[in-house]
Write a protein that binds this ligand. Structure first.
Ligand code: ATP
Ligand code: MG
Length: 321
């Protein structure tokens, strides 16, 4: 199957906007008083959509915040980046989602989320959301947003609307193996695999959804589901692109990793945006790898977002002499 034609319009996403509050000291969990730093605006869909806007492509998000400082902080940040926030609903009976994050000594992270019972758990296709979907040319979903059957239902309805209008759909699973044991996550991933045109897994996420034993087996199974293109993120090693006729590997850029948060989101946003701007797949991969590399070289989820000029400067610096 080849990539569907590009329908003009906004890149729209739907899901959690939240604030990250980070432990300053490394260690495990939050069992004792700690020095914390934050709030920082975040949430995978928020990072994704801000990166799209930073590349100059029209972008919008369907989300929910509480009428509180955490919510307004994230909305102000999205607005500053040029994101259409007309479908961010303010709930006066729920608070903005939060993620407390602590790094372990080995670089893994512990999270303490307030998500399902926050304003982010109340997202629904109200009139402003439907108005934004009417302007949508491409719709992107992150696996982290499929945390309740309510959200999965709303995402399903949104996909029906945008597909009927000729828009394309992409999905970044952002899942770990254990999550497939959670009924909501499994249902959400299955829905998205049926409906997405472009699938953007990272490493093992390629094999998990189809329970495949090799990349070849997984890619064949995903094409059989009707997916047109697969982009595999391979951290420092870069990324690979697959469609019915092409397999393209693109090496990553050498940078010092400071904070991996948001690399996959900036990568995905850049790949999708460049593709919609008519660039060749190789150029989309190079820019997306540069976006991911710039994201890991800066601390803070949304601080890692960069412009095309910054991406191209990194590419030029890294070119073989
Ligand atoms: P996330 O932790 O945000 O979910 P991910 O697991 O989805 O990330 P990764 O493969 O870790 O995705 O990173 C996405 C992209 O960012 C990679 O494909 C690569 O282009 C770039 N990248 C990530 N880590 C590094 C690194 N250490 N050095 C250079 N580039 C990197
Ligand atoms: Mg990811």
């Amino acid at each position: 199957m080849t990539l569907p034609p590009i329908k003009p319009g906004k890149i729209v996403t739907m899901g959690e906007v939240l604030v990250d509050i980070m432990a300053v000291e490394r260690g495990r969990g939050f069992h004792e008083p700690l020095n914390l730093k934050g709030p920082f605006p975040g949430g995978a869909p928020a990072i994704f959509v801000s990166q799209v806007a930073r590349l100059g492509h029209p972008a919008g998000i369907i989300a929910g915040i509480g009428d509180d400082d955490f919510g307004w902080l994230t909305v102000e940040r999205l607005k500053r980046d040029g994101v259409d926030v007309s479908a961010v609903r303010v709930h006066d009976d729920h608070v903005t989602a939060t993620a407390f994050v602590r790094y372990r000594e080995d670089g893994e992270r512990d999270f303490l989320f307030n998500l399902a019972r926050s304003a982010a758990g109340r997202i629904e296709l109200d009139a402003p959301a439907r108005a934004l979907l009417a302007e949508c040319g491409h719709f992107h979903i992150m696996g982290s947003s499929l945390f309740s059957f309510h959200l999965i239902d709303e995402v399903r309805k949104a996909i029906e609307i945008v597909k009927a209008n000729g828009a394309t759909v992409s999905f970044d699973p952002n899942i770990r193996k254990e999550m497939m044991d959670i009924a909501e996550m499994r249902a959400g991933v299955e829905l998205m695999l049926q409906d997405c045109d472009i699938f953007l897994p990272s490493g093992p996420e390629l094999l998990i959804p189809t329970a495949s034993r090799s990349e070849e087996e997984a890619i064949a199974a995903l094409f059989a589901l009707g997916i047109s293109a697969i982009v595999v993120k391979r951290a420092a090693r870069g990324a690979s692109y697959y469609d019915a006729t092409r397999a393209i590997d693109m090496p990553g850029y050498k940078v010092t990793e400071i904070d991996p948060t948001g690399a996959g989101d900036c990568f995905g946003a850049t790949f999708i945006t460049c593709l919609r701007q008519g660039m060749e797949i190789e150029a989309c991969l190079r820019n997306a790898n540069a976006a991911g590399a710039l994201a890991v070289s800066r601390r803070g989820a949304m601080e890692g977002i960069s412009t095309l000029v910054e991406m191209q400067a990194l590419i030029a610096r890294s070119a073989p002499a």
